[in-house]
Design a protein around this ligand. Sequence first.
Ligand code: FAD
Ligand code: PHB
Length: 393
Amino acid sequence: MKMHTRVGIVGAGPAGLVLSHLLHLEGIESIVLESHTREYVESRVRAGVLEQGTVDLLNAAGVGDRMRREGLGHGGIELRFNRRGHRIDFRDLTGGRTITVYGQQELVKDLIQARLDAGGQVLFEASDASIHGLETTTPQIRFCKDGEQNEIDCDFIGGCDGFHGVCRPSVPEGVLKVYERNYPFGWLGILASAAPSSDELIYANHERGFALQSMRSPSITRLYLQCPPDEDIAQWPDERIWEELQLRLAGDEGFHLNEGPIFQKGVTGMRSYVVEPMQYRRMFLAGDAAHIVPPTGAKGMNLAIADVRILSKALAAYYAAGDDTKLNQYSATCLRRVWRAQHFSWWMTSMLHHFEADGEFDYRRQLAELDYVTSSRAAATSLAENYVGFPIE
Ligand code: FAD
Ligand code: PHB
């Protein structure tokens, strides 16, 4: 089948779905292609922290109802080291800005529903997507669905297909410059039916490695442990996970880490990655398709949403008056925020993880940095303003 749309979007993650929704609000038609099933993308457990600017954007776009009801507003986080907790008070340090804990898959469910309610097209189980005609003014996306070959002619393509997608590799060799760094560890993440042990997130630096307590609801805890990058999850029976979490998150007297049945676990590698520019002709890369941050700064999903907000405004200016100034500035506008988040995510990662190759000196240096960040208002303000995020242009 042959189709035409203004913006063909590859990927129904946060970037692709928010882009399609924002374009709809601007009166611009789009089609979203997704290789997985709706059930799969709605149950994929990933990010959990939304910056203030992301929450404001989702509310203004009319997709924040359930997030406002079920999301958990947090006015700070705790940094734990030497078994003691130190609170970073976001509200106080940033003039009232906060974060919201709301599972990525919950947001994805809300966005899919909003697109379908508005009559939008989200084509699930679209396999073998490929990009063609990038040198022309009507690039095409070809894909297979229900055994049939399809082709969409587009004015523009939104490459929102994550790190392993097809859009970025479709750019001719030599155009994109890659900047990257890999870390010698990953995160083992679990979801457990247990009440969170603290109202706020706890980031712990421990000699045995980093640990993080987060949450999804008043009865579901999300916990992470630093582990080798290619760790076999079979090496981690539930008892071992709890034992390690109890050691690494041990705190002041009175702190008790609640345990409960573990119903999801997985290991993720960690990397920092950026391609420049985030555009080739009429194809624009957004979210993980263009950049990856280590999760310690909780920035990945927020960056993806900021990218597509900038892209939707640029496309709106183009369709309203033929003005392509903002489209031409898309990459540079996004990259400024991306590199700020890259630095912050690298910094949080370096300060909180155990680096095997490092010695006692480096551990002491980390503790000195944590002591500074938790005792100097200037240093704490820098962490807080980065964590709650900068307003989206
Ligand atoms: P994705 O969510 O990867 O979506 C891309 C979509 O494209 C997918 O649905 C995929 O199936 C689809 N796709 C891929 N290839 C094709 C193809 N060829 N054809 C059609 N469809 C295709 N970020 C935060 O902001 N805060 C956090 O707290 C946080 N914690 C994290 C914790 C973990 C353990 C992990 C792994 C990530 C975390 N992140 C966090 C990062 C965040 O999850 C990602 O940055 C976010 O998912 C990026 O969204 P995206 O839409 O760009 O990409
Ligand atoms: C999460 O809740 O999944 C989460 C929270 C903070 C992070 C990363 C992940 O830095």
